[in-house]
Design a protein around this ligand. Structure first.
Ligand SMILES: [Zn+2]
Length: 445
């Protein structure tokens, strides 16, 4: 049994996946198999209609499947926003047809949530290897100006044709590559969370993401050159990450500290040159920061840390909340989230003592595993450059000062335990900040 079949046994929503060159022609067979006797309705935008949607619509009709008039978003600035979702929902309410989403992140997320709201299954034909959200449960939609994740089932079936994804607009594969390389430090974060019993490693979903990961990531130049086999491999890695999240009903297998930077900038509505910055590009910069944090941790003599002294210096929850209120002054949306997430993650002084002792006990083996897991900072940066992804914060419109401000607030933004929590508990955050932004640091301010 291959990896895809094994994964499909554990996924809760997705029943079929077809991945390869020329598989677009097999969409009608999959549709007939999953939705026997039902009507199809292609959802696309003007671009994805041209490159694949129209062909799929024709193929479905030729196969004798009843097909409704397609729904094509015409707005050139289409993004995953609530208004567009409502437009699609209104259309789908009129018909029992099964949506066939043709596109990448935006079209998939809009169709996923609209279908979820109507309690209807759908399938997706991916047109780019741009992120790992295709097969994840939940959709990322901007509602009242804030990007939020809404819970809804993943697609029932998915098709991705490497020939089409390889020709996606510039930057899409690079964005997917950055989202995939994030899984390297994310695994190290999970190892740390496992060691302190904050979140145990689930070996199945861990392996689904990590097995073969480095081989896929070894070819950034081929992906940049539009090689369809390398792009299909990238898509497979991303889709497996989605399956891992489905299997565990958590984004932990695919997301660590690096994603927290992306989520933070989502809340800021980060734009560069008038356009929203892609998920992968934000995550790529976060991956550089988290790798730097993990490298610092590896250089630290953790067993020599005085756990008793760290516990004595650890703030109470009210003290921490006072600190957070000062840090987030003037940012009320971020503040309310920070208070909730920090409360969820909080352990008292005794808990901090225990966590540090657990890490110290595990350290010799853990340190070796983390070292073997990571790409060194410079190699990571070079890979991002080679694939055509941003590798300096300024390339996504984030100044060094802004990156430093984000770094200071990140420890409070998510209840998920990562390397930054280890640094905080060990009293090393200031030193870390100095290494990143001080004289001679990666991003000297
Ligand atoms: Zn991601």
């Amino acid at each position: 049994m291959d990896k895809i079949e094994q994964a499909l046994l554990r996924t809760t929503d997705t029943k079929r996946l077809l991945l390869g060159s020329g598989v677009l022609e097999k969409v009608p067979a999959m549709f007939a198999d999953l939705f026997a006797g039902q009507t199809a309705l292609v959802v696309a935008d003007a671009h994805t209609w041209r490159i694949a949607g129209e062909r799929i619509d024709t193929l479905l009709r030729a196969a004798g499947i009843p097909v409704e008039t397609p729904f094509i978003f015409t707005d050139p600035d289409l993004y995953a926003e609530w208004g567009y979702l409502e437009e699609l929902e209104v259309r789908l309410r009129d018909t029992p047809a099964i949506p066939v989403a043709v596109g990448s992140g935006v079209i998939n997320d809009l169709t996923k949530l609209a279908s979820g709201h109507l309690g209807r299954k759908y399938m997706v034909v991916g047109t780019a290897a741009s992120m790992d959200g295709y097969t994840a449960y939940g959709a990322s939609i901007t509602f009242e100006g804030n990007k939020q994740t809404f819970s809804c089932p993943a697609p029932y079936g998915m098709v991705l044709d490497g020939n089409i994804a390889a020709k996606a607009p510039a930057g899409m594969s690079a964005s997917g590559y950055a989202d995939l390389i994030a899984k390297v430090p994310a695994a190290a974060d999970w190892m740390l969370a496992d060691a302190v019993a904050a979140e145990k490693i689930d070996s199945f979903s861990y392996a689904l993401v990590q097995d073969g990961l480095k081989e896929t990531l070894a070819a950034p130049d081929r992906i940049a050159a539009g090689d369809s086999a390398a792009t299909a491999k990238l898509a497979e890695g991303l889709i497996m990450s989605g399956f891992a999240m489905q299997a565990l009903q958590s984004s932990r297998p695919a997301s660590g500290l690096e994603h927290q930077f992306s989520h933070y900038w989502d809340m800021d509505n980060l734009c560069y040159r008038g356009k929203h910055v892609s998920h992968g590009f934000k995550v790529g910069i976060g991956t550089l920061v988290s790798t730097a944090c993990l490298e610092f941790l590896l250089e630290t003599d953790l067993p020599a840390i005085d756990a008793q002294a760290c516990a004595a210096a650890w703030p109470t929850l009210p003290q921490l909340e006072t600190r957070i209120r000062a840090l987030f002054a003037g940012k009320s949306g971020h503040l309310s989230r920070a208070l909730v997430e920090t409360r969820d993650k909080y352990v008292d002084a005794e808990g901090v003592f225990r966590q540090i002792r657990d890490l110290q006990a595990a350290w010799p083996g853990l340190k070796a595993r983390i070292r073997a897991q990571l790409y060194p900072f410079d190699e990571l940066k070079e890979k991002l450059r080679a694939v055509g992804a941003p590798y300096e914060p300024e390339m996504i419109g984030v100044s060094r000062e802004r990156l430093r401000d984000t770094f200071r607030r990140i420890p409070y933004m998510r209840s998920r335990f990562t390397c930054i929590d280890v640094l905080q508990r060990c009293g090393l955050l200031e030193e870390m900040e100095h290494r990143l932004f001080g004289p001679g640091g990666h991003w000297e301010v």
